[in-house]
Write a protein that binds this ligand. Structure first.
Ligand code: AMP
Length: 308
């Protein structure tokens, strides 16, 4: 079976949207990535850290989805990473209210022995030096390294971020972050500049406006499925990345054509994530529901036009 290593936060999130507010619930980039990747038949392992305050039942939720959590370190006398955010009325933009790194501040990732030869490595949103630490532990060069990051690390660790971007095959980043990273407003120009930093493939996520995949002079665009209800966008970007990485790891095909399908898979899974607060929808997602929505996606984007 294909192997996927995921590094990222396993966290407590507190979320406010126009529809309501949560206390501390299960969150974190690696959590959402792992849940999305668990839709594929592959061996996926999360490398992360939590504090002694992290409930065992949350860890069980992940292992019940066949996600290997032997690489999740538990620091008994430490506190788990905590993030809190508030969404604006358009649900497309949000303010970060709190970021408490806690145990993440001194985290040294350890990739489980059986995963050091994984074909695909998904570097979820985390300090770039930690992401790099994972790459350094791989025994053979992964077929594909996928990187996700955010403005927080551009503001706080830009130099290190550039080092890890250099070692990346695919970067997934949102439009605002792509503009911040490159200083370019045009996403086409931004993607070109990011190519020059290292990644052969650049995926720019545009929230409810879908995602763009760039590779040399090729561009592919996938819309987001128009949804009646968007309840909480938290984790949508990570779910997209997890769907993308899971699809690539399972198929073993790294071509641009196959990556288009990976973008569609990622978008489909993200469309479920936003329907409930936090991880709730992803924890209860069935394969049949995914297949139905993929069909909806096909219908949405297919057309026959005669060119005269
Ligand atoms: P997304 O909505 O896809 O951007 O991801 C939201 C998730 O990212 C939440 O579950 C947070 O716990 C996590 N998160 C927020 N800020 C950070 C950060 N600075 N580093 C790593 N993970 C973060």
């Amino acid at each position: 079976m294909s192997k996927l290593v995921i590094v990222g936060t396993v966290a407590f999130d507190a979320i406010e949207t126009p529809f309501g507010k949560t206390d501390k619930i299960l969150g974190g980039a690696a959590t959402f990535i792992g849940l999305a990747a668990s839709q594929f038949k592959l061996d996926a392992s999360i490398v992360s850290v939590v504090g002694g305050d992290f409930p065992q039942e949350y860890l069980n939720l992940l292992s019940n989805k066949n996600i290997d959590i032997s690489g999740v370190e538990i620091v008994k006398d430490g506190k788990t990473f905590f993030w809190s955010g508030r969404y604006h009325n358009d649900m497309n933009s949000r303010d970060t209210l709190v970021t408490e790194l806690n145990v993440l501040a001194d985290f040294n990732p350890v990739v489980p022995k059986e995963y050091k030869d994984a074909e695909v490595v998904m570097l979820g949103n985390l300090h770039p030096m930690v992401q790099m630490g994972v790459l350094d532990q791989m025994s053979s060069k992964p077929k594909m390294v996928i990187l996700d990051t955010m403005n927080f690390w551009m503001d706080n660790a830009l130099e290190d971020l550039h080092k890890v971007i250099k070692r990346t095959d695919v970067i997934t980043i949102n439009d605002e972050e792509a503009r911040q990273l490159t200083g370019e407003y045009s996403l086409v120009v931004a993607a070109r500049k990011i190519h020059e930093m290292g990644p052969k493939y650049v995926v720019i996520k545009k929230g409810e406006h879908g995602a763009l995949l760039f590779h040399d002079d090729n561009v592919f665009y996938a819309p987001a499925l128009p949804l009646e209800e968007v309840f909480d966008p938290t984790g949508a970007g990570d779910t997209f990345a997890g769907g993308f990485a899971g699809f690539i790891a399972r198929s073993g095909d790294m071509s641009f054509e196959n990556m288009k399908n990976a973008v569609i898979y990622g978008s489909t899974l993200a469309s479920f994530c936003v329907e409930k607060f936090g991880t709730e929808r992803m924890l209860n997602l069935k394969g049949d529901e995914v297949r139905k929505r993929l069909q909806q996606f096909k219908n949405l984007t297919q057309f026959e036009i005669e060119l005269t």
